[in-house]
Write a protein that binds this ligand. Structure first.
Ligand SMILES: [Zn+2]
Length: 279
C-alpha cells in the first residue's frame, strides 16, 4: 500500500504468466529485447497481472480484474499461470468483493476483465456484487462485435452479464470518478482503451493499462506489442503521455512488467529513461 496525497493505492496480484516474448515485443528483434527481459528455453517471458485498488473520497475503486476464475485447467496450464490470484489478494488486503464500489476496465481483453464475473450456481454473475463497472463505450462496441483478429480475447462472459444485471456504465471519453481520480481515453492498444489518472495534494500518478505493457515501451516509443490494434496511434498516445509525465512529474504505474512496477520518466540528452520506484 502507498499513498498519493489523500489517496490510498495498492497493487493487487492476479498471478504471473509466461507468454511468448514475440507478443510483448512485436517487431523488435529478439537479439535486442532478450537483454532486457531474458526468455526461457521456450522463448517465453514472465508477465505480472496486477490490478490497482484506489481508495479515494470514500470510494473503493478496482482497476482491471485479471484473468479471473472461469479459466479451465487447460487455460491455466497454457498460460503457466501461477501465484496469488486477485480475490485472494483482496482478502489478504483485508477486503472482500462486496467492498468494491466501482470496477474500471482499462479495456476488455481477457487478462483485464476475466475477473469481472464468476460462476455462481451454474450462472455467470458479477464478481463484485455491489460494484458499478465502468468501460468506454467504444471498447464495449468493439468487444461486442469482434472480428477475426480480436475475437480470441473478447469473451462475452466477461462483460455481457454486467449489462444484463444493469451494472455496466458506458463512458464517452474522459470521465471523472472522484475529485482525485479520472478515466482518460488512451487509444491505440485498443480503440477504446483508457488509463486512470490520480492526483491529490499535488502528487500525480497514471495507471497505464496496456498503453505500455512493459516499462521499456515508454522509453522506446517504437517498441509496441504485437497485440496493439492500432500501433501507430499507440505510439502517439505514448508520446503525448510521456511528454506530459516528464513535465508534470507523474508516477507511471505498470501492470504487466515483471521487474518494474512504477517509475518516473526523465529526459536526458534527448532520450527518455525510466527511473524505477519501489512501491
Ligand atoms: Zn490488452
Amino acid at each position: 500500500m502507498f499513498t498519493l496525497g489523500n489517496v490510498r493505492l495498492q497493487l493487487l496480484s492476479d498471478g504471473l504468466i509466461w507468454d511468448d516474448g514475440g507478443g510483448a515485443f512485436g517487431l523488435v528483434p529478439r537479439t535486442r529485447w532478450e537483454k532486457i527481459i531474458p526468455p526461457d528455453e521456450h522463448n517465453r517471458i514472465p508477465m505480472r497481472s496486477d490490478s490497482l485498488l484506489i481508495e479515494s473520497a470514500g470510494k473503493r475503486i478496482l482497476v482491471d480484474t485479471g484473468y479471473g476464475e472461469k479459466l479451465t485447467p487447460a487455460d491455466i496450464e497454457r498460460l503457466s499461470l501461477q501465484g496469488r490470484r486477485l480475490r485472494q489478494s483482496l482478502v489478504d488486503a483485508g477486503l472482500s468483493p462486496e467492498g468494491i464500489d466501482i470496477v474500471i476496465n482499462t479495456h476488455l481483453h481477457a487478462d483485464h476483465c476475466g475477473g469481472n464475473t464468476i460462476y455462481e450456481d451454474g450462472r455467470i454473475v458479477p464478481a463484485f456484487p455491489r460494484a458499478e463497472y465502468w468501460v468506454q463505450r467504444l471498447e464495449m462496441a468493439d468487444a461486442r462485435y469482434p472480428n477475426e483478429r480480436t475475437r480470441n480475447t473478447y469473451f462475452a462472459e466477461n462483460f455481457v452479464p454486467l449489462e444484463e444485471s444493469g451494472r455496466l456504465r458506458l463512458l464517452y471519453g474522459d470521465t471523472r470518478v472522484t475529485p482525485e481520480v479520472l478515466c482518460i481515453a488512451t487509444p491505440g492498444h485498443t480503440r477504446g482503451h483508457q488509463s486512470v489518472y490520480i492526483e491529490s495534494a499535488g502528487q500525480k500518478a497514471l495507471f497505464l493499462g496496456d498503453v505500455a505493457t512493459l516499462a521499456i515501451g515508454m522509453e522506446r516509443l517504437a517498441w509496441v506489442t504485437a497485440y496493439d490494434i492500432d500501433p501507430m496511434q499507440n505510439i502517439e498516445t505514448k508520446r503525448r503521455l510521456g511528454r506530459w509525465a516528464i513535465e508534470e512529474h507523474v508516477l507511471l504505474i505498470f501492470m504487466h512488467d515483471p521487474h518494474i512496477r512504477a517509475g518516473y520518466l526523465r529526459e536526458k540528452d534527448g532520450w527518455w529513461k525510466l527511473e524505477p520506484v519501489e512501491l
